[in-house]
Write a protein that binds this ligand. Structure first.
Ligand SMILES: Cc1ncc(COP(=O)(O)O)c(C=O)c1O
Length: 461
């Protein structure tokens, strides 16, 4: 289990100074990116919110950069600027952009052999399933197009398998647009997460919620005996990185087993911890593993894996329609193109050796950021999880999602994201997260450290 980093001493940041710096950086951003700004303005006529997918409005500066192309750990915008990309498509491109083996596999399947979607299996699929089993443990795998769908279908299977109605998630988790997961814990009890769009039902009807690292809270919620499945990331990664305390995950496993609930470990982001994610790195033993985003080198693909016993049970359940309209599966899931891309990614790109390099680079990044935080006395911290690292605006790493949410500072986020993007470094817009790909270099990391130090110095001048 990783150690928690030490806290920094406190320096104060003047909000008026932050506001002035944001104004300056916004002006610089607009001046540097006229072509992106024009493209965004023109797209508003027919694209909802002016973007292909509404999250793309999240970038700082009032409009997103328009992509010209990307290769490895770098991307270029249509104004001709090149960036070191630590966002990596918010993990979708953890393998780097268009790595050569995936390019070749996609060209072969789509171009030479032909056929992306046929409703017929290809032989790559069994190879990928065996590799996922080797890496993560569960023996029986099925494919989806997204991590969201992997979680949705795994939840359905868990309900069917246990005959229980409810899901349990952790406050401020994110598992994709899974209806059941938009619930948070609060002083007055659970409540729907703010901004939950068109919820089918109040999530309190479907879901129980506990704070991460709070075992008595989890035990209380499981006591009613109605939880089919606990859906969790082994470390929260969507509200900063919240690491499990020593022994916590073992106790979660013990409590779920004792209470008759299944356990899904969602490795979509925590795959950064190593070739088999946290599941392998920390010796976890979930009933189901879900994963998506990066496993096909940027081509849409997700997967869920079940233990042999659960696979056997569900396949022999005559009331479960797995082959037609039972609510599990999708027309394009497991398609030949995704599966070929998964094979190339797992076989040749996100290898054991690649993880060693990526994790070392993230260590360098973390040390650089921590040094800036400590030497400036900033009341911030940084947490590393394998190939990813994230800083948060509180002196100690938070131990729950609720604590981490309370440390959010959208103004500092905006300033740091604008400052770095204006100087050729792209961070993830939803977090202060940096992810290393196999193509990320020490020089890329050093560039970020220099820029981050300069941004901190300007804040404190
Ligand atoms: C842990 C986790 N699971 C699932 C998802 C859903 O991924 P997708 O949006 O690709 O379906 C995300 C997305 O950020 C995630 O962070």
């Amino acid at each position: 289990m990783p150690d928690r980093p030490a806290a920094a001493a406190a320096a104060t940041i003047d909000p008026a100074r932050v506001a002035g710096l944001i104004e300056r950086e916004r002006a610089a951003y607009a001046a540097r990116h006229p072509a992106s700004q024009r493209a965004f303005a023109a797209a508003g006529t027919n694209l909802l919110g002016g973007v292909p997918m509404t999250w793309m409005r999240m970038w700082p500066g009032g409009f997103p950069l328009y992509l010209a192309g990307a290769d490895g750990a770098r991307l270029t915008d249509i104004d001709g600027h090149s960036y070191v990309d630590f966002c990596l498509g918010d993990t979708g491109a953890m393998a780097g952009h268009s790595p050569a083996p995936v390019r070749a596999a996609v060209a072969r399947q789509y171009g030479e052999l032909g056929g992306a979607t046929t409703m017929l299996p290809t032989q790559d699929a069994a190879w990928v399933a065996a590799e996922l089993a080797r890496r993560f443990g569960p023996t029986h795998w099925s494919f989806t197009l997204t991590a969201t769908d992997a979680n949705r279908w795994a939840i359905r299977l868990a309900r069917q398998l246990t005959g229980r109605p409810k899901v349990l998630v952790f406050s401020y988790c994110y598992h994709g647009s899974v209806d059941e997961a938009f619930i948070v814990a609060g002083p007055d009890g659970p409540r729907p997460r703010a901004g939950n769009v068109g919820a089918p039902v109040d999530p309190r009807q479907t879901t129980r919620v506990a704070e991460f690292n709070d075992l008595p809270g989890l035990e209380r919620e499981l006591a009613a005996g109605d939880v089919a499945v606990v859906l969790m990331e082994p470390a929260l990664t969507n509200i900063g990185i919240v690491l499990p305390e020593p022994g916590y995950l073992d106790a979660v496993r013990e409590l779920t087993r004792r209470g008759g609930s299944l356990l899904i470990i969602d490795e979509t982001h925590t795959f950064s911890a190593g070739p088999g994610g946290c599941t392998r790195a920390w010796g976890l033993d979930p009933d189901i593993v879900t994963i998506g985003k990066s496993i096909a080198g940027g081509i849409p693909a997700g997967a869920y894996g079940l233990s042999a016993a659960l696979a056997d049970q569900i396949l022999n359940d005559e009331t479960a329609d797995l082959v037609d309209v039972g609510g599990v599966g999708g027309t394009l899931a497991g398609n030949a193109l995704s599966v070929a891309a998964m094979r190339a990614t797992l076989e040749q790109v996100l290898t054991e050796a690649a993880f060693e390099t990526m994790i070392a680079r993230a260590g360098r990044y973390t040390a650089g950021v921590r040094d800036v935080i400590e030497t400036r006395g900033l009341p911030w911290n940084i947490v590393q999880l394998g190939a990813r690292a994230e800083y948060r605006f509180c002196p100690q790493p938070p131990r729950t999602g609720g604590e981490s949410e309370a440390a959010a500072d959208p103004r500092l986020d905006e300033y740091l994201h604008l400052y770095t993007v204006n100087r050729g470094v792209l961070l993830t817009p939803f977090h202060n997260m940096a992810l290393m790909s196999p193509a990320t270099t020490d020089a890329d990391v050093n560039a970020h450290t220099r820029i981050f130090a300069a941004a901190a110095d300007e804040l404190l001048t």
